[in-house]
Write a protein that binds this ligand. Structure first.
Ligand code: ZN
Length: 138
């Protein structure tokens, strides 16, 4: 029997066998935190990428997208209007797309930037919010 040391991320609890691999992970947390701060402040995905280096690449049609742009994801809640916006960037580089469609109010899921769900990009003033559910926003 041999005792081993493992390193645990105090942010998310993931375990690492070496300090180096933990430090890489910690650096990723820092870049993701910064990326989310920039997203909240209205920066585009390309600006976020230039500063934080989160993704391998960004699809051309999303380079100028920011949190205000909205997307039509017809099979979410049978909603064919642009109801969904990018509101969070995860550690793995997927983004949460979130909004109030037409079935049961607010809904969101992690989506890859390469997903066809994000092909259909709309401007802020086109955002659709199902009025029936606004009251329930937490
Ligand atoms: Zn972590």
């Amino acid at each position: 029997m041999r005792k081993v040391i493992r390193y645990k991320c105090s942010d998310c609890g993931v375990l690492f066998d070496s300090e180096e691999s933990y430090l890489k992970h910690e650096d990723r947390h820092k870049r993701i935190n910064k990326a989310n701060e920039m997203l909240n402040n209205g920066h585009t995905l390309q600006e976020i990428q230039d500063t934080c280096n989160i993704w391998d690449s960004i699809p051309e049609h999303l380079k100028n997208a920011n949190k205000d742009n909205c997307f039509v994801i017809p099979y979410w809640q049978c909603c064919d209007k642009p109801a969904y916006q990018i509101d969070y960037i995860y550690m793995d580089g997927t983004v949460r797309v979130w909004g109030c469609g037409s079935w049961s109010g607010y809904y969101g899921n992690p989506v890859s930037l390469n997903s066809s769900n994000l092909r259909n990009i709309h401007n802020k003033d086109e955002l659709f919010v199902d009025k029936r559910y606004i009251e329930r926003h937490f």
